[in-house]
Design a protein around this ligand. Structure first.
Ligand SMILES: *Cc1c(COP(=O)(O)O)cnc(C)c1O
Length: 410
């Protein structure tokens, strides 16, 4: 593929998703390739927040819980996320963090398979997914086992209660076959729990058609819900009546305002709720999810694949000249990021950021570039790779200021 910057700029002009870039605040002089870690702020957010502060909280005070629908907001935004991920109606709610939701659903999955004591995951899963599973196993005590392996399908047997995987790998961008792996878990009688943190808003999902049992996902990555935005969880309707959460908070109660002494789970997805929803954090997520739902999913996926393909193609000469190693699969089994390994990845990324190209670094040697199709342009990919090439040729990255360790950000 021989391309020029002018051809790419022409693609950007013709891009059906181009108008979506205008919906976000993006600083001048920055190419933002870290929306897989923290999406940018949608321009509609400050106005929506201001209205909630002044008119709702400011004027209606506590009456807002009903007058302005605050109580229903986690279910309303959950319903919109449900549409985005192809889940059944009333199967998604926004709550807590991804980590906490993993704990609730993993424990709930084990309780749904009381004769089984094993959960299977991938050794290369995101740390919180591994740690939450480890902590839960320790809490449950002897007899419970976490199998964190390279080949999770090979670890499936009739002792397995739940297979839990992250759909798109945070480090490499490789994407699992959700249909196939869900079927593999079901074939041994196990449930499946998918972490959609790096998928939602980036790749098409069809949870209902894939017969997925349980899922969690992150609000602040491709959904652009803001730093620490609440996460979501999905429980297939066929499992909801039997599902029991290990965190029996008052807002997951059948009648929270009866203030009864004993816990009785709410009907439906509400039983997975723990406590009071963070209204000020739900508002930006609502805005971000609305934008995502407006964007045609097929166009998002097509542009994402073209952007990552372009990135990988333009990186080929740099791999040869400067020793980068491509980690992201060239097949279409990938999400919306490109990852390369380099022994000096840390200072190279710091030098790149100093030149206005923002990606991130994951120890020990991974440089990640997220290409969110709603606001990253084809010409941005060209420019980013050109700056990277310059950082290598000029030796900018060798400057001591780029070698100072900094605390990482998620
Ligand atoms: C980002 C991410 C999380 C984040 O969890 P938090 O509880 O929001 O910190 C969890 N799992 C995966 C796979 C992620 O990519």
């Amino acid at each position: 593929m021989v391309v020029s910057r002018a051809e790419l700029a022409a693609l950007d002009v013709a891009d059906v998703l181009a108008p979506f870039r205008e919906r976000f605040t993006l600083p001048e002089g920055v190419i933002y390739l870290d929306g897989n870690s923290l999406g940018p702020v949608p321009k509609a957010v400050p106005g929506r927040i201001a209205e909630v502060l002044s008119r709702q909280w400011g004027q209606s005070l506590i009456r807002s819980w009903t007058a302005h629908g605050w109580m229903g907001l986690p279910f309303q935004v959950g319903g919109k996320i449900g549409r985005l991920i192809g889940a059944e109606p009333d199967s998604v709610v926004v709550a807590d963090s991804t980590s906490v939701n993993l704990f609730k659903l993993l424990a709930g999955a084990l309780a749904l398979r009381p004769d089984r004591r094993v959960m299977v995951t991938e050794a290369g899963n995101f740390p919180t997914d591994l740690y939450i599973a480890q902590g839960l196993m320790e809490l449950l005590g002897p007899g419970y086992e976490r199998r964190a392996v390279d080949d999770p399908v090979a670890a499936l047997d009739s002792d397995v209660a739940v297979l839990t995987l992250t759909h798109v790998n945070y480090r490499t961008g490789a994407m699992h076959d959700m249909t196939k792996l869900t079927a593999a878990a079901h074939a041994v009688g196990a449930l499946v729990l998918w972490d959609l943190s790096h998928s939602v808003g980036a790749v098409p999902l069809q949870l209902a058609a894939d017969d997925v049992d349980l899922a969690v996902g992150c609000g602040y990555k491709y959904l652009n819900g803001g730093p620490g935005a609440p996460a979501f969880l999905m429980i297939a309707p066929r499992l909801q009546a039997a599902f029991r959460s290990p965190m029996t908070g008052w807002l997951g109660h059948a009648a929270p305002f009866e203030f009864a002494a004993a816990y009785r789970p709410a009907a439906g997805i509400a039983r997975a709720v723990v406590g009071t929803p963070p209204i000020l954090s739900l508002v930006p997520l609502d805005v971000g999810v609305d934008i995502m739902n407006e964007a045609p999913g097929a166009a998002v996926r097509e542009k994402s694949l073209r952007l990552t393909e372009l990135f990988m193609t333009l990186m080929e000469p740099l791999c040869n000249a400067h020793g980068f190693r491509m980690l992201t699969p060239r097949s279409s089994e990938r999400g919306s990021q490109v990852s390369v390994a380099h022994p000096n990845g840390y200072p190279i990324m710091q030098a790149l950021i100093s030149r206005g190209v923002i990606g991130d670094f994951r120890a020990p040697d991974v440089m990640r570039f997220g290409v969110a199709p709603l606001y990253v342009r084809f010409a941005d990919v060209w420019d980013a790779v050109a700056v990277l090439d310059d950082v290598m040729r000029s030796g900018l990255w060798r400057e001591p200021r780029f070698h100072v360790p900094r605390p990482p950000v998620t």
